[in-house]
Write a protein that binds this ligand. Structure first.
Ligand code: SAH
Length: 227
């Protein structure tokens, strides 16, 4: 794992302690997260530094929390599940994340992949996420301000794409960045309901794509353009 040995310095007491985080991980395991590499990453990243200080005591509850600009940090179970689906039990080289938000999911991905590319459309959140990732000394992350709903003007090829905002329809333009054997995990709206999505996994196989629809989830919307 890429991590600064000194993360213990972030551990607080009570609700921001390593023990509270370990309890969160135990809960994730009970709720069906099986990938030990993902659980170890969730156990390592201090989630409380990614939320406002006034919310830090709630950081290890299994709930999304506001991060400003009308956006939320995803609930721990969803972060763990998407990371597990992205990994499929295999080491990841390059991962593309759409929707950096607080940078929390980015940090979890940075521990299980060689390199993470993340795109966020709200400039103020890019600055915040960058600050959090620097604090953790995660040097294998590149964060960019931009609209990640369309394919990028870069020859980036990754083995996983994690979309952390709810798409109205499958953001299939992004599939151009997937290597064969790679997969995209994205919340895609259940028909006619933009508030409710289903985790969708699209795998690139030799002669096309294979799609699978999984759990219902609730994400803030994937929006076009930048802010
Ligand atoms: N992974 C984040 C979740 C943040 S919520 C975390 O762990 O905190 C989803 C984020 O997606 C928001 O910050 C929102 O601004 C961003 N987003 C929405 N549409 C986007 C787009 N087209 N391109 C990039 N980011 C987008």
């Amino acid at each position: 794992m890429h991590r600064d040995k000194d993360w213990n310095r972030f551990n607080g007491i009570g609700m921001t302690s390593a023990r509270t985080r370990a309890r969160m991980v135990a809960r994730l395991r009970e709720e069906g997260i099986r990938d030990e590499t993902v659980l170890a990453a969730m156990n390592a990243v201090p989630r409380h530094i990614f939320v406002e200080e006034s919310l830090a005591s709630r950081a290890y509850e299994d709930t999304p929390l506001p991060i400003g600009h009308g956006q939320t940090i995803s609930q721990p179970w969803v972060v763990a599940r998407m990371t597990e689906l992205a990994r499929q039990g295999k080491p990841l080289r390059n991962v593309l994340e759409i929707g950096s938000g607080s940078g929390y999911q980015t940090a979890v991905l940075a521990l299980v992949a060689d390199r993470v590319y993340t795109v966020e459309r709200i400039g103020a959140l890019v600055a915040k996420a960058r600050r959090h990732l620097r604090e953790l000394n995660l040097t294998n992350v590149a964060i960019k301000h931009g609209d990640g709903s369309a394919a990028m003007n870069e020859p980036l090829q990754v083995d996983a794409i994690v979309v952390t905002a709810g798409a109205a329809v499958l953001p299939d333009a992004l599939l151009a960045h997937l290597e064969i054997g790679g997969r995209m995990v994205a919340p895609v709206a259940v028909e006619g309901n933009h508030e409710l999505q289903r985790l969708t996994v699209v795998e690139r196989i030799a002669n096309g794509f294979k799609e699978q629809t999984l759990e219902a989830v609730r994400f803030v919307p994937l929006l076009p353009g930048t802010a």
